[in-house]
Design a protein around this ligand. Structure first.
Ligand SMILES: CC(C)(COP(=O)(O)OP(=O)(O)OC[C@H]1O[C@@H](n2cnc3c(N)ncnc32)[C@H](O)[C@@H]1OP(=O)(O)O)[C@@H](O)C(=O)NCCC(=O)NCCS
Length: 343
């Protein structure tokens, strides 16, 4: 999707303004001027311990925003007078829409100037909802930094409801020990396809799709089955499987965040999906496959991140046991996920 050709050929929303000096604009690129204007809003999210300083963090976040818009996502900016006081990036998720059988959209990024967040949020989110509705989107999600209370309150005021809270854990590659990969774990092979799909298609019941009963459970399971299927077909940089003879017991998919590499000059690993078959859980398989994933990441990345749900105690404990520590996250930040149904 790109800004000129919206789903269903719906025209771009017009620029709206009112006499009190507020206006919202849909922009097709992030100019240098606008980037500078948005920097203070983005800087609010900087915290220590990310592996980058505040200036690098802002460059990274704004750079990612620019790439998102370049890839066809819609950027809405709210101005008060001449200053930009908020931005929102939204898009339709073709993949989720296909699996669930109705239009699924997301707010991929949002930021508000806290001093003017009430009006800015109302105008911005109102415009985004109108746009998404015109694209026949029925369901929208938004993951927000848990510290970003002004955005959280703005979403609540527009009818968004909490669906999930996620936490990110991180590990420096230099802190990973030298333990070799055991014979229990090997790279994914084509014959593993069915088994890996089956494990993924029943494992991720902590996710927001299961918390929100308006999603079909069958479709939610299918989403994760296809997720790992795509990872195995090349989306992941590596998929490792734990096995006992011919039987696949679990898997981990390892991604290297290419945007971080391009924007920051160093590689960050994203431990994307990890699952163990229900029958094999509690026997050390998860830890083995995770450790093997870390050995794969070690020479290739500077730090590794993993995001999971606050309610997923087994996963949180597993990551702690492998040495991970809670962090805000650079490439996979955790936060509060909201859902909004339009019909
Ligand atoms: C999370 C998961 C991968 C753990 O795999 P596993 O093979 O059962 O875990 P292990 O037997 O290797 O256990 C390793 C450690 O994880 C933690 N852990 C695992 N299961 C746990 C449970 N039910 N409750 C609390 N801690 C648990 C423990 O710290 C455990 O070490 P310990 O027993 O010495 O305390 C597995 O439960 C799973 O597949 N869950 C569904 C998918 C999922 O949620 N994936 C993670 C999100 S991406």
């Amino acid at each position: 999707m790109n800004a000129e050709s919206t789903p269903g050929g719906v025209p771009r929303p017009e620029m709206r303004s009112d006499a009190s000096g507020w206006r919202v604009e849909q922009l097709t690129s992030l100019t240098d001027d606008l980037s500078r204007n948005l920097e203070p809003i983005v800087r609010q999210h900087y915290v220590e311990g990310l592996g980058v300083g505040p200036a690098q963090f802002v460059r990274f976040e704004v750079g990612r925003l620019g790439l998102l818009v370049k890839s066809g996502a819609w950027l809405l900016v709210v101005f008060h007078g001449t200053s930009a006081v908020g931005f929102l990036v939204c898009e339709v998720s073709g993949w989720d829409s296909e699996i669930f059988g109705f239009g699924v959209g997301r707010v991929s990024a949002i930021g508000l100037d806290p001093a003017r967040s009430e009006t800015a949020g109302r105008i911005l989110i109102g415009a985004a909802l109108e746009t998404l509705r015109s694209w026949n989107v029925r369901q929208i999600s938004a993951r927000i930094d848990a510290a970003d209370l002004c955005v959280i309150h703005a979403l609540e005021a527009e009818g968004f409801r909490i669906a999930d809270v996620s936490v990110t854990l991180g590990l420096n590659a230099g802190d990973i020990g030298d333990a070799g990969i055991t014979s229990m774990v090997r790279p994914y092979g084509r014959n593993d396809y069915g088994a890996v799909r089956e494990i993924a298609g029943g494992s991720f019941t902590y996710s927001r799709f299961f918390n929100d009963t308006r999603f079909s459970r069958e479709a939610a399971n299918e989403l994760f089955a296809r997720w790992i299927q795509n990872a195995c077909s090349g989306r992941a940089d590596q998929v490792l499987v734990a096995h006992a003879g011919n039987q696949v017991l679990g898997f981990v998919s390892c991604h290297i965040d290419r945007q971080a590499e391009a924007l920051l000059g160093f590689a960050v690993g994203d431990l994307n999906l990890l699952g163990v078959s229900a029958a094999a859980q509690g026997r050390g398989v998860g830890l083995e496959v995770l450790r093997a994933g870390l050995q794969w990441f070690k020479p290739r990345t500077r730090q590794i991140e993993v995001r999971t749900q606050l309610t997923n105690i087994p996963a949180l404990r597993l990551y702690e046991k492998a040495g991970f520590r809670v962090t805000r996250g650079l490439v996979t930040p955790g936060g509060v996920t909201f859902h909004r149904w339009l019909s």
